[in-house]
Design a protein around this ligand. Sequence first.
Ligand SMILES: NC(=O)c1ccc[n+]([C@@H]2O[C@H](COP(=O)([O-])OP(=O)(O)OC[C@H]3O[C@@H](n4cnc5c(N)ncnc54)[C@H](OP(=O)(O)O)[C@@H]3O)[C@@H](O)[C@H]2O)c1
Length: 270
Amino acid sequence: MIKYAFICIYVALSAISTVSYALEREVVALIGTGDMGDSIGPRLAQKGYRIIYGSRDPARDSVRELVKRTGSNATAASQKDAAQQADIVVLVVPWPAMETVARNLGAMDGKILVDASIPSRQAADGYLESMVETSSAEMIQAWNPAARVVKTLFAGSNVIDNPLSLGGRVTSFVAADDRGAKEIVARIISDLGLVPLDAGPLRNAQAIEAFARLWFVPVLQKRTQGFELALLPSNYWHCIWDDSWYKPVGDSETLAEFPDQAPPTPCRPE
Ligand SMILES: NC(=O)c1ccc[n+]([C@@H]2O[C@H](COP(=O)([O-])OP(=O)(O)OC[C@H]3O[C@@H](n4cnc5c(N)ncnc54)[C@H](OP(=O)(O)O)[C@@H]3O)[C@@H](O)[C@H]2O)c1
């Protein structure tokens, strides 16, 4: 009898924690149902996010199949309707389509708008060059001034499908001017099995996009081996830091989703 009561309590607590887990997660619109959208959506759904795919043709067979594969909590709609129903809108469309897509999402007041694009083209020498003077993220922010834009690249879709396939966790930069939005996107990146790395303000999207162009060098050289980013934590800064170098920035107090990965390294004696 006592054993039966314990089992009932355990089942009830598990059900409550499952429900509250699901309730804690936001509604995410994935605008674009291609290589990135169809990897990110199913994985976030597994973590309790409600997914709405934004597609030019939400009734298409491939979109219906993706919705079904994502689970009972997923739907598809037009790009604008998906964005309007979501708390977090992830833009995973090709850069040439971005301006039209990003300018037609409807009112974006307070919504988090995630840019993962790589606005580049092949230069005369075959390597990539940027197509923009600033960054895609800063342009998307200018087109949607009321949104809270966050820049990240996630990782290759093969990594998102299987985050530990390369033998360790891949790092994903996150840059934003809105600290709260950055924290939420960092948690999403953790939920995808990646390690979020705080890349500072939104203007640092320019550096993230420059990194993405390096990412393509092996592809352009037709090498078999490319790379994903995985940074080694180095906890030695505290031994050598001197406030006279730079004034510390004021937006780094809340670091819940960017935890230090290792305890500080003991400093060498002077
Ligand atoms: N693949 C990666 O590993 C990776 C990694 C990091 C970042 N990125 C970036 O993520 C973005 C998406 O990449 P992807 O590989 O997923 O691209 P993709 O496979 O080409 O898919 C993009 C999706 O965007 C929608 N789309 C295409 N053309 C459009 C247009 N003219 N107007 C509106 N929507 C359009 C389509 O969805 P619907 O047909 O349903 O509308 C399409 O399936 C790109 O900016 C890319 O640079 C990719």
